[in-house]
Design a protein around this ligand. Structure first.
Ligand SMILES: *Cc1c(COP(=O)(O)O)cnc(C)c1O
Length: 405
């Protein structure tokens, strides 16, 4: 079978899934430079530059470990470096990614205890906690009851990519402190980093996990762990086996800009370029741009009369928006139709939400007009699928983007 990866119709494909995100041409060009000796002098300079630049994006002064891996690898690294077999970890289920991280923890020999909001939700009664952020008071209450201190870590997802809901990480830190509990705080911001505001040091996070192919606008293939002094301390006595993921050798060799094994050289060129782009624009401006895009997309969804997945306006994701389809409308059939007719890829409903929602990514190499085209593709597809819309989302988004600057 021949793979025809360039067999798209004319014009650019619209990759509006919430990761991998569209990669800016500047980054693709940077990645096309020749691969160099990963033990040579030029490489050390590149290594030092990206290791220093990435700290600014995590808003940390602590070491950030860079792996040639997917985000899942970085999840495993965070747990394997700090915990011991049989340890209990408190994991809050905001969606499919939180659930997958808990499954990974089980496979590593840890004991995840799952917390999830179980209030009433008329729109998605089967998954009420998948429409809201982490409820920090539930974490505080659970930790207060843990008088034996058996819980070794609290794990939360900052930007839940399966739903389009963020969580208040600072509130989770306050909850742990209010309970006077020593558990480590681990946060997944695989899709949030560099698009949604994230503050590793200020929020008191012990390990932050991220990846390259979402907010950072790079292709897949880099995983990150941002550390804290407490996490490094825990890694000295943690009993889970690890070798490839072990922080100690990597942090040691990173002092000179090198790695114990071969890092993904060309992706690091891409990271270097991504960091330069973020610095040129300024992180506050980057975050505001994504908030604005999200506002325009939500204006469209609201005008269509469809529910936004996130039920709490305080925690709308700036990175993606989940749209719930009316009962009886198969969201995956709709996505397929939109893909065939308009060459536009939208995110699928994951796990409990399969077939009930689709996700619009507003991250990576986008702008007001790519988002308007994306919304036009959605609107035409919804009409073709026979969905009765309350009004034009495209018009609402034009009004939004046309007015605000
Ligand atoms: C994408 C994603 C992951 C998984 O990352 P991979 O690179 O696919 O392994 C985990 N958590 C979140 C929040 C994600 O968005």
């Amino acid at each position: 079978m021949t793979l025809k990866l360039d067999a798209h119709p004319t014009g650019r494909h619209f990759l509006q899934i919430p990761g991998p995100s569209p990669v800016p041409d500047r980054i693709l060009r940077a990645m096309s430079l020749p691969t160099i000796d990963h033990r040579g002098p030029e490489f050390g300079a590149l290594g030092l530059a990206v290791l220093s630049g990435i700290r600014e994006v995590f808003q940390t002064r602590q070491p950030v470990v860079i792996y040639p891996s997917s985000g899942t690898g970085a999840w495993e690294a965070a747990l394997a470096n700090t915990l011991s077999p049989g340890d209990t970890v408190l994991m809050y289920e905001t969606g499919q990614f939180a659930a997958l991280w808990a499954r990974l923890a089980t496979r590593l020999g840890l004991r995840p205890e799952i917390l999830a909001w179980d209030g009433e939700d008329a729109v998605l009664p089967q998954a009420p906690s998948w429409r809201r952020g982490v409820q920090a008071e539930m974490i505080e209450a659970r930790l207060r009851r843990d008088s034996e201190r058996t819980i070794k870590a609290v794990c939360v997802v900052h930007n839940e990519t399966s739903t389009g809901v963020t969580s208040d990480v600072a509130a989770v830190r306050r909850a742990i402190d209010a309970a006077g509990h020593p558990a480590l705080l681990m946060v997944d911001t695989i899709s949030g980093l560099a698009s949604a505001d994230y503050r590793h040091d200020e929020w008191g996070v012990d390990v932050t996990i991220s990846g390259s192919q979402k907010g950072l606008m790079l292709p897949p293939g880099i995983g990150f762990n941002a550390l804290s002094p407490r996490a490094l301390e825990a890694s000295k006595t943690a009993g889970l086996p690890r070798s490839y993921w072990a922080w100690d050798e990597i942090v040691e060799m990173n002092r000179d800009g090198y790695w114990p094994y071969t890092p993904n050289t060309n992706l690091l060129y891409g990271l270097h370029e991504s960091l330069a782009m973020l610095k040129e624009e300024g992180l506050p401006q980057v975050f505001a741009r994504h908030q604005r895009w999200a506002g325009g997309v939500r204006a469209a969804v609201t005008a269509w009369g469809l529910p936004i997945q996130c039920a709490d306006p305080a925690v709308y994701s700036p990175v993606l928006t989940g749209v719930i389809t009316p009962p009886g409308v198969d969201a995956d059939a709709l996505r397929q139709l939109i893909h065939q007719r308009f060459d536009l890829s939208l995110g699928t409903g994951l796990g409990k939400l399969k077939g009930r929602m689709f996700r619009i990514g507003h991250l990576g190499d986008s702008n007001d007009l790519t988002l308007l085209a994306t919304l036009a593709g959605c609107e035409m597809g919804l009409k073709l699928a026979g969905v009765a819309l309350a009004g034009s989302g495209v018009q609402a988004a034009m009004d939004f983007f046309g007015k605000q600057s």
